[in-house]
Design a protein around this ligand. Structure first.
Ligand code: PA5
Length: 430
């Protein structure tokens, strides 16, 4: 299937100023000559995933896990968690999950652990695990991250008591091919492992087993997701001018940044995509926010947040712009007629809710433009695995270009060490 992503933008943005810079940044990225170029493995990844047999292996394994584990605990944080969480929230049917938990259907429901240090939340998960058979996917590229390591230690203890020595057959580790504490533990205990390539950093790893294994276990069509990413890869690699939406998006955000718009609001009108924004925030925030530079990536969910943050967006400081994700309509719901019409809604009877959502979007767009908020519109297509895969790749590609336009390394995150040093000192880490 072919892929392209339509992009529109409000007229006051003078794109010509940054377009050439974006083209050069893309050339630098594709030539592997920019900073951090040893972490460009994600660029060719989708095509490689399609040919190596890894997708089939994960789908087969997922089938086995779904046959015996109603719960699949995915342990990880940051790039080792957000991609799977984003796609699951958007693509998995919650009614099916309920049927699995009620024993009416075979399959696995994904639960996450190791993405915080909130023991109450973790306690609740452990109580749930008391009620069901489960398997675990522990994901950490470094193999040493504190939050997932703590969660895995506690869950491992629970598994040893519940399943005895055979517990190891229920553990799947996604980590570095050769090094790190998780690799050592996996080799010692005999866990089945999946490798995260050296050349792919955490936040660019969603299309590796980091994201794809939990998604396959949840029943998401990961072959279609990879196909979508391949289609995006082909298009973005081939088109080298403003017809390339990644070049255009990077140029627009850079132009807006240079003209004083220091905050980008990712807007969605579909509630199920709110976690995509969390993945996107990590991708752009960790890639660009360095050396005193970088757009602040924020997100809102409309129309929900129009009733909380709408005032600020309309009337507050003018240093923000919006990037709207215009997904195609999904399942339809019609407003019924009511004989009494006490709520005054009969003028909308017979209309789809999506029609009203569309009008809310149009009205909000007009109001925010009048309020001085520049707008970029992205049209990612229908909410399915293919288009999700393509969008993941599109954002990674745009992010690489954007960071190179700021002359920063898109693939490191030196700033995250500062708090860790303090925390480890306070904890007395040897
Ligand atoms: O983007 C990154 O590299 C980070 O956010 C990591 O994904 C995150 O810190 C988790 O690291 P690890 O997979 O090594 O446990």
């Amino acid at each position: 299937m072919d892929w392209n992503l339509q992009l529109n933008f409000s007229q006051e943005i003078d794109i010509e100023k940054s377009l050439e810079k974006a083209v050069q940044a893309r050339n630098l990225m594709l030539a592997g000559k920019g900073p951090g170029s040893e972490f460009l493995g994600w660029l060719e990844l989708p095509g490689q995933m399609q040919t190596g047999g890894l997708v089939e292996k994960m789908v087969n394994l997922a089938g086995q896990i779904r046959a015996h584990s109603p719960i699949f605990v995915t342990i990880g944080i940051g790039g080792s968690y957000l991609g799977a969480k984003a796609a699951l929230a958007a693509l998995v049917d919650p009614v099916e999950e309920l049927a699995i938990l009620k024993g009416q259907k075979q399959g696995s429901v994904i639960r996450f652990a190791g993405h915080h240090l909130d023991s109450s939340d973790f306690h609740d998960l452990l109580s749930l695990l008391d009620m069901y058979d489960f398997s675990v996917n522990v994901i950490s590229k470094s193999g040493t991250t504190t939050e997932p390591a703590i969660a895995f230690r506690i869950i491992r203890d629970l598994m040893k008591v519940r399943y005895g020595k055979g517990y190891a057959k229920r553990v799947f580790a996604t980590t570095d091919a050769a090094k790190g504490a998780l690799r050592t533990l996996s080799d010692q205990e005999g866990f089945e492992t999946f490798a995260i390539p050296d050349s792919i950093g955490g936040r660019y790893s969603v299309l590796t087993p980091v994201g794809l294994l939990p998604l396959a276990v949840a029943g998401v069509d990961i072959a279609a997701m990879v196909q979508g990413a391949v289609a995006a890869q082909k298009f973005l690699h081939t088109v080298s001018n403003r017809e390339n939406p990644a070049i255009l998006y990077a140029a627009l955000r850079n132009q807006l940044y240079e003209s004083g718009h220091k905050m980008e609001l990712l807007v969605s009108y579909l509630a199920k995509t709110s976690f995509l924004a969390e993945w996107w925030k990590q991708l752009f925030g960790e890639s660009e926010g360095k050396q005193g530079k970088g757009l602040w990536p924020a997100s809102v969910q409309f129309t929900t947040d129009l009733h909380s943050l709408g005032q600020w967006i309309q009337d507050g400081p003018r240093h923000l712009f919006e990037t709207i994700l215009n997904w195609e309509e999904g399942k339809a719901l019609i407003i019924p007629v009511d004989d009494q019409d006490l709520d005054g809604l009969n003028y909308l009877a017979g209309e789809k809710i999506s029609f009203i959502n569309e009008k809310a979007k149009e009205g909000t767009r007009m109001a925010h433009l009048e309020g001085g908020v520049p707008i970029i519109d992205l049209y990612p297509g229908p909410l399915d695995a293919f288009h999700f895969g393509a969008l993941f790749y599109f954002f990674e590609y745009s992010c690489g270009i954007s960071a190179y336009m700021l002359a920063v390394n898109p693939f490191d995150q030196p700033g995250v060490e500062a708090y860790k040093k303090n925390m480890f000192r306070l904890l007395g880490k040897p």
